[in-house]
Design a protein around this ligand. Structure first.
Ligand code: ARG
Length: 447
């Protein structure tokens, strides 16, 4: 492509080192769509005849078909997807193909392709997040009334329901969807026409190109347009944070399916056994999810690190944006799909949840609230209940069987009315709180 300036062939090792077509081939559909839009604008600008355009378009469609069918031979000597497609086009159609690169550089071309690619993949990932939300919602519905202890510091805190706990993850995934939508909106502008870095002396209709490619507008500075990788960083961050959410869900499930908790059982189809210990049923999907989140974080850091020291505008370092991007997309897609399937098949062991939630200590805060209703300041109520708890622990008496008035006369016999899980949950009826009615209403709202 640059033989005019060079007397020597590119060294074999340099080709091997610098090629990107082994991975950026997956941009081909977007590269071809971009080229067709670009060529159409060339006709409008009078530098390409309609006949030449037709040759270019059908040539590119033919190449697309061959790539679809796995019949295209990519050549690493042609570095990347852009040059592979263009060189093959020119081989197939001759002179018209050699006109395609007028008023264009691979710098604005790759920025265009990647934006289009990210846009399409965001839509696929959003659907994957939606499917996982559906699975969580289905389980939340089934176990909307199943009481469960909720934890802080992994110590039992207060009663909730399985439904409420699962809906917490639906919320996180909502925010992930919001971040993806925000990223999509910001990235959806066309860099084509920015050229290598300073536009071109041949002015093509950038707006028409953008429109044909479904962009909302055009980039506003040619230098920024070829140097910018913010949209990839944002996308990688949105995926990394989604991964972090899935990793926390995994950690909950890993605990829950241990013999110690025993709150859920995962299906045989979504667990694995041990080659040595016959009794084992391991939550590998959860563990791999937790593990893969490390890659998602690493990919974000790779990209930010590659970009941080670069002078304007394009530098070849930017080619290193693609593998982290592709890896995060592939990783998250599969992670979402397997988790959705696993959650849909997950069963909650309601007896175990109920037994754990039956711990009267979970209602110690409710007991303090009872004192508050009898006009005791909360700090004092907290201390009195603390004393009762200490007494319960010291004597090995369950809190609900303790003679509370003997601990402090502020407690009357009526205080024991607090120890009804059903009432305790029903009382938590403020928006966002875990009463069963709230959980059911939230599920209905989402449905
Ligand atoms: N394969 C290159 C990349 O991914 C395309 C842009 C090449 N531009 C250049 N000036 N060498 O960044």
């Amino acid at each position: 492509m640059w033989k005019g300036r060079f007397a020597q062939e590119t060294a074999e090792l340099v080709q091997q080192f610098g090629e990107s077509v082994s991975y950026d081939w997956r941009l081909y559909k977007h590269d071809i769509a971009g080229s067709i839009a670009h060529a159409r604008a060339q006709v409008k600008a009078g530098i390409l005849s309609q006949g030449e355009f037709d040759e270019i378009e059908s040539g590119l469609r033919g190449i697309e078909k061959d790539i679809d069918a796995g019949k295209f031979e990519f050549r690493t000597s042609l570095e990347d997807i852009h040059m592979n497609v263009e060189a093959e086009l020119t081989r197939r159609i001759g002179a018209a193909g050699a006109k395609l690169h007028t008023a264009r550089s691979r710098n604005d071309q790759v920025a265009t392709d990647t934006r289009l690619y990210c846009r399409a993949e965001i839509d696929v990932l959003a659907a994957g997040i939606g499917d996982l939300q559906d699975a969580l919602l289905d389980r939340a519905d089934r176990y909307a009334a199943t009481v469960l202890p909720a934890y802080t510091h992994l110590q039992r805190g207060q009663p909730v329901t399985v439904g409420h706990h699962l809906l917490a993850y639906v919320e996180m995934l909502d925010r992930d969807l919001g971040r993806l939508a925000d990223c999509r909106r910001r990235l959806n502008v066309s860099p084509l026409g920015s050229g290598a870095l300073a536009g071109s002396t041949i002015n093509l209709d950038r707006g028409a190109i953008a429109k044909e490619l479904g962009f909302d507008g055009v980039t506003r500075n040619s230098m920024d347009a070829v140097a910018d990788r913010d949209y990839i960083a944002e996308f990688l961050f949105a995926m990394a944070l989604c991964g972090v959410h899935l990793s926390r869900l995994s950690e909950d499930l890993i605990l829950w399916c241990s013999a110690e908790f025993g709150f859920v059982s995962l299906s045989d189809a979504h667990t694995t056994g041990s080659s040595l210990m016959p009794q084992k049923k391991n939550p590998d999907v959860c563990e791999i999810t937790r593990g893969k989140t490390g890659r998602l974080l690493g990919n974000l850091v790779s990209l930010l690190t590659a970009v941080k020291g670069l002078p304007l505008t394009y530098n070849r370092d930017l080619q290193e944006d693609k593998e982290p991007l592709f890896d995060s997309i592939d990783t998250l897609k599969l992670t979402l799909a397997v988790n959705a399937e696993m959650i849909a098949a997950m069963e909650v062991r309601e007896d175990r949840c109920r037994a754990a939630a039956g711990d009267p200590m979970l209602l110690a805060t409710d007991l303090a609230d009872w004192l508050v209703r009898a006009d005791i300041p909360f700090r004092q109520a907290h201390e009195l209940v603390g004393k009762a708890v200490a007494e319960a622990v010291r004597t090995g008496t369950p809190l609900d069987q303790l003679d509370l008035p003997s601990v402090d006369p502020a407690f009357t016999a009526a205080a024991s009315e607090v120890f009804s899980l059903e009432k305790a949950l029903a009382a938590r009826s403020n928006p966002g709180a875990p009463s069963i009615d709230n959980v059911r209403a939230e599920i209905a709202r989402r449905r």
